[in-house]
Write a protein that binds this ligand. Structure first.
Ligand SMILES: Nc1ncnc2c1ncn2[C@@H]1O[C@H](COP(=O)(O)OP(=O)(O)OP(=O)(O)O)[C@@H](O)[C@H]1O
Length: 232
């Protein structure tokens, strides 16, 4: 479970995240929605300790990320799929990650199969965007964490890649994991997420089951645009 309470992050005079409070529960996909610049990435970076909050807290299973022992076994994150060494192969990248975090190598081969990269011998540098996203998801799953945080995992993917990612997210939630996935596309989250957290300008706009976000006579996209438009 992820708990965000009074979370605020200022960059100079700008509040990227502004007194945000919400919880993310296990066993379901939680969509984290908001327009460009709403503060989704900053919130995710705060959860995994890559930024320090100006105020408030972000806890994973009751602890701030810095206090978690063997963090990759508690929370896996895909924040920037391009942030990998292009000269390595996928198995080498995951072996390095496992060794540097004291994790077993046993999960590497089945994980590469699960994300559709089994048998791929190419250097990561020549991977397509979709392949890099799949490798990033494998890295997030390396420590078999109960909590997963994925920043825009379907951005730029083709229809097959989008469907594959959606099915994977749903199966990870069905395994009982806490899955927080950001997007700026309401249409995609409407069919992927069980629950929605919507933010705009760093502030909470909605925290509702996806089915309850809909209003009579309006599409989810219309409700979303009205909600975030009202914040700008
Ligand atoms: N390191 C930084 N220094 C200064 N400003 C920053 C920094 N990181 C983020 N910001 C600002 O914080 C705000 C929120 O950005 P963030 O990337 O969290 O939004 P987002 O919802 O993830 O947007 P997108 O959908 O475009 O990725 C933006 O105004 C951005 O310019």
């Amino acid at each position: 479970m992820i708990e965000i309470a009074g979370l605020t992050k200022r960059f100079g005079r700008d509040r990227a995240v502004d007194d945000l409070s919400f919880e993310v529960h296990p066993g379901r996909v939680t969509g984290f929605l908001g327009p460009n610049g709403a503060g989704k990435t900053t919130t995710m970076r705060l959860i995994v300790g890559l930024e320090r909050p100006t105020a408030g807290r972000a806890l994973v299973d009751g602890l701030p990320y810095q206090k978690i022992d063997k963090p990759l076994t508690r929370v896996g994150a895909l924040l920037d799929a391009a942030a990998v060494h292009g000269g390595r192969r996928a198995d080498q990248h995951l072996r390095w990650l496992a060794a540097s975090n004291g994790l077993s190598r046993d999960r590497i081969a089945p994980l590469l199969e699960r994300v559709g990269l089994g048998g791929v011998r190419k250097r990561i540098g020549v991977y397509s965007l979709g392949m890099k996203q799949r490798l990033g998801i494998a890295a997030a799953l390396l420590g078999d964490p109960p909590v997963l945080i994925l920043d825009e995992p379907v951005n730029g993917l083709d229809a097959e890649g989008v469907k594959w990612t959606r099915d994977l997210l749903r199966s990870l939630a069905a395994e009982g994991r806490t899955v927080l996935v950001s997007s700026h596309l309401m249409s995609e989250m409407a069919i992927t997420a069980d629950h929605l957290i919507v933010i705009a300008r760093g502030r909470l706009v909605a925290d509702v089951p996806t089915a309850e976000f809909v209003r009579p006579g309006m599409s989810l996209e219309d409700v979303y645009l009205e909600a975030v438009g009202g914040m700008s």
